[in-house]
Design a protein around this ligand. Structure first.
Ligand SMILES: NC(=O)c1ccc[n+]([C@@H]2O[C@H](COP(=O)([O-])OP(=O)(O)OC[C@H]3O[C@@H](n4cnc5c(N)ncnc54)[C@H](OP(=O)(O)O)[C@@H]3O)[C@@H](O)[C@H]2O)c1
Length: 278
């Protein structure tokens, strides 16, 4: 496993397992299998409704707690200091853990400054080891980096071969914020698995297309958290450290960037409307 060091000195695995859209009864089974395969970074969220299953799998794994790096996220309905304070306590209770390694503000909506103050308090108390944000595109990220007392350590955004987010990446580099990809396989959409360039590079390395798409992000220094409910795919997505893309392959893959979002960024009205409808 490779690790990144966050801006507060905490080490984080560069490859992990995401549990979005894994049903509550399936979550414990999937996280168990992921831990058996070797994943040590887990990514959940209050919004996913499956923190309990993730916590149960961690607690029953027999692994020392410090070997696992757990991320969860504060949903926007819990913004504001008071609500966020209660929501952080609720996540700890649902997970059944004494601390959370990384807590993210899921979306820049509502009084997320108040929510961030509550996270800073939890950070000082030691129940949260690192703070970050998600879906904070450059204007929101620059804003919070200037005004928060504890600078966000990480920003989790949509990132994959078709959406490479150059201005977000540049902003994160400047502010010392670690980029993390959600949807690193473009959620299997956009014909990712039949893309001719990805297939050509995959054949050259004798590797599946999934590994080429994921390896590209790793070599850009991004933390990735691919999701699968199938153990053979979990294993495939974990086997990324035995080969390397060369400079010409990296340059070729950079040309796949289309810049279209799978889920529109939070500043887009249609995205806000969808969240309200759901
Ligand atoms: N912060 C945010 O707003 C946000 C938004 C979205 C996601 N996330 C996080 O990021 C994680 C990953 O993103 P994601 O789940 O949206 O998308 P993803 O990891 O890019 O793709 C998951 C999809 O690809 C399929 N898949 C996985 N590995 C495969 C393989 N080797 N071959 C073929 N198909 C494969 C999965 O199907 P099966 O499950 O059927 O195998 C699933 O349909 C989430 O689980 C969540 O933790 C965060």
């Amino acid at each position: 496993m490779e690790y990144v060091t966050l801006n507060n000195g905490i080490k984080m695995p560069q490859l992990g397992f995401g549990v979005y859209q894994i049903s509550v009864p399936e979550t414990e089974r999937c996280v168990n299998q992921a831990l058996e395969i070797g994943y040590r970074l887990l990514d959940t969220a209050q919004f996913y409704g499956n923190e309990e299953g993730v916590g149960r799998a961690i607690r029953h794994s027999g692994l020392p707690r410090q070997e696992i790096f757990l991320t969860t996220k504060l949903w926007f309905t819990e913004s504001g200091y008071e609500r966020a304070r209660a929501a952080i306590a609720s996540s700890l209770e649902k997970l059944g853990l004494d601390y959370i390694d990384l807590f993210l503000i899921h979306q820049p909506y509502g009084d997320y400054y108040g929510a961030y103050r509550a996270l800073e308090e939890a950070y000082r108390e030691g129940t949260v080891k690192a703070l970050g944000v998600s879906n904070f595109y450059p204007d929101r990220l620059i804003d919070i980096c200037h005004f928060a007392q504890v600078k966000p350590a990480l920003n989790q955004i949509e990132l994959h071969v078709f959406q490479q987010q150059p201005s977000s990446m540049e902003t994160m580099r400047r502010y010392g914020v670690q980029p993390e990809a959600w949807g690193p396989l473009a959620r299997g959409r956009r014909d990712l698995f039949t893309n001719p360039l990805l297939n050509q590079i995959a054949q050259r390395h004798g590797r599946p297309v999934s590994q080429i798409a994921l390896r590209y992000l790793l070599q850009l220094g991004v933390v990735i958290i691919p999701k699968s409910t199938h153990p053979e795919r979990m294993a495939e997505n974990f086997d990324l450290f035995g080969f390397q893309l060369d400079e010409s392959e990296m340059q070729a893959l950079a040309t796949l960037n289309e810049g279209d979002y799978l889920a529109p960024p939070p500043s887009r009205t249609e995205h806000v409307l969808n969240l309200i409808r759901n």
